[in-house]
Ligand binder design. Structure first.
Ligand code: NI
Length: 440
């Protein structure tokens, strides 16, 4: 008997992961099982899915590992449903499953803050890990020599079969469907729930993207609403952003100290490649939330008062307070506050920050990157209609970008300013707007 090709190899028995969101995550393919066992995939256990959100919602301790398995499971169900559908090429099944499992492989610790400071792109690192000298690459290469490139191109959205890409990244993809439900579950909020089972049942393979049978429109409306609410209630929560501002400032301070030759008690060995702007895949993979937190723990004892204070704030959750900030109206106030902070001996570069959040819940314009591919409803006539033309609810949210600015500052430092006039002047400026928040 001819030995079965690696890509077709099945496990002797189905492996089942218990999952609080999807109940079970099922693995039958040998390739998937081997990928899960790689050290690069296991590393995702040490990266929290929601970064600093746990300062606000204490349940949000789940990892990128959980989420990645969840996205895999959703895609597994999608391709299973597509099995008998015309227009679906079953040879793409394994590619979809691998891309789903590995789509977040390149996330760094506290990803978004970390990326901001060092101008990194986790998607580029995902590519580099899949294509580099890694265990993941070894497993994928056993499928076929060009298979790693294929998986990387699906994640990079450049793969020729756009239908395959749309399962992993589109406006109704497995990634979003997993994180909305998972993040809702772990934060404990009541938003974020929608009927995924129903969406999966009405999802069909279209020519260039998945389409939704028009009878499933209301389930999709629920999904768009839940996305909208999760962004504003959870992801952009101002307290979470306060911790993120502190985190960013720690990295900036450490970077500055490193370049000025400051004698660290604990040298930032792991961060050195990032400070130097020359990072290998190996150095990137050596970082995770635990490593970062270890440095913060030790840096609390550093000589530099700013670095040590910021690290303590982060670990002890002594966060910055915030007020609403309007960049059009309050720019002068911001400059004035910088001057007053300096006079009070508080460095505004690390203790005064404007943070902006912006979101577009649904956009039906196609962008060059393809990430804004609209959601199409398949009408009983088989004609395709863009979702917002049929749904009044989605129409109301479409193309409406909402943004929000907050100004962050350390109230405890301000309250300790000895000079009464200076202190009062700073408080007066902060109170001009956002009165209700100053003592919250
Ligand atoms: Ni993801």
């Amino acid at each position: 008997m001819k030995k079965m090709a690696y890509k077709d190899e099945q496990l002797h028995e189905v492996k089942v992961f218990k999952d609080p969101v999807h109940r079970y995550v099922r693995v039958v393919d040998r390739v998937i099982w081997d990928l899960i066992a790689t050290k690069e995939f296991q590393r995702l256990r040490m990266i929290k899915q929601l970064g600093t959100t746990n300062v606000t919602f204490h349940g949000a301790e789940h990892s990128r590992f959980n989420h990645s398995l969840g996205v895999y499971e959703i895609v597994r169900r999608m391709v299973k449903n597509f099995k008998s559908e015309e227009g679906w090429d079953r040879d793409e099944d394994l590619l979809c499953l691998c891309a789903a499992l590995l789509h977040d492989l390149g996330h760094g610790p506290f990803s978004h803050s970390f990326e901001k400071v060092f101008d990194l792109d986790h998607e580029k690192f995902t590519q580099a890990i899949i294509l580099g000298d890694t265990d993941v690459h070894t497993v994928l290469s056993r499928v076929a020599s060009d298979f790693p490139e294929k998986v990387a191109s699906v994640i990079a959205k450049t793969y020729e079969n756009k239908l395959v890409v749309s399962l992993i990244s589109s406006q109704i993809d497995a990634d979003r469907m997993d994180y909305l439900q998972r993040d809702a579950y772990y934060t404990g909020v009541s938003y974020g729930h929608f009927d995924m089972e129903r969406i999966l049942r009405v999802m069909r393979p279209g020519t260039d993207e998945v389409v939704i049978k028009s009878t499933g429109m209301h389930a999709v409306e629920d999904y768009i609403m839940s996305r909208y609410q999760m962004y504003w209630q959870v992801y952009f929560h101002p307290v979470t952003r306060s911790a993120e501002v502190i985190l960013i400032n720690i990295f900036m301070r450490a970077n500055m100290l490193y370049h000025s030759g400051y004698p660290f008690r604990l040298k930032p060995t792991h961060f050195q490649p990032f400070f130097e702007g020359d990072i290998s895949v190996e150095e990137y993979l050596a970082l995770n939330d635990g490593v970062v937190q270890y440095y913060f723990q030790v840096w609390q004892e550093e000589e530099d008062p700013i670095l040590s204070d910021l690290c303590s704030r982060f670990l002890e959750r002594r966060l910055f307070k915030y007020i609403e900030y309007n960049p059009m109206l309050q720019e002068d106030d911001f400059f004035q506050l910088q001057v007053l902070f300096r006079r009070a001996g508080i460095d505004p570069d690390y203790y005064l920050a404007v943070d902006k959040s912006a979101d577009l819940p649904y956009d039906f314009y196609e962008s060059a990157s393809g990430s804004r591919t609209p959601i199409y409803l398949q009408m009983p006539t088989t004609e395709l209609v863009e979702l917002s033309q049929e749904s009044t609810i989605v129409e109301a949210l479409s193309r409406k970008k909402r943004s929000d600015h907050k100004l962050y500052y350390p109230l405890d430092f301000i309250e300790r300013i000895k000079d009464d006039d200076l202190r009062e002047e700073i408080i007066r400026l902060l109170r001009k707007r956002g009165e209700s928040h100053i003592h919250s």
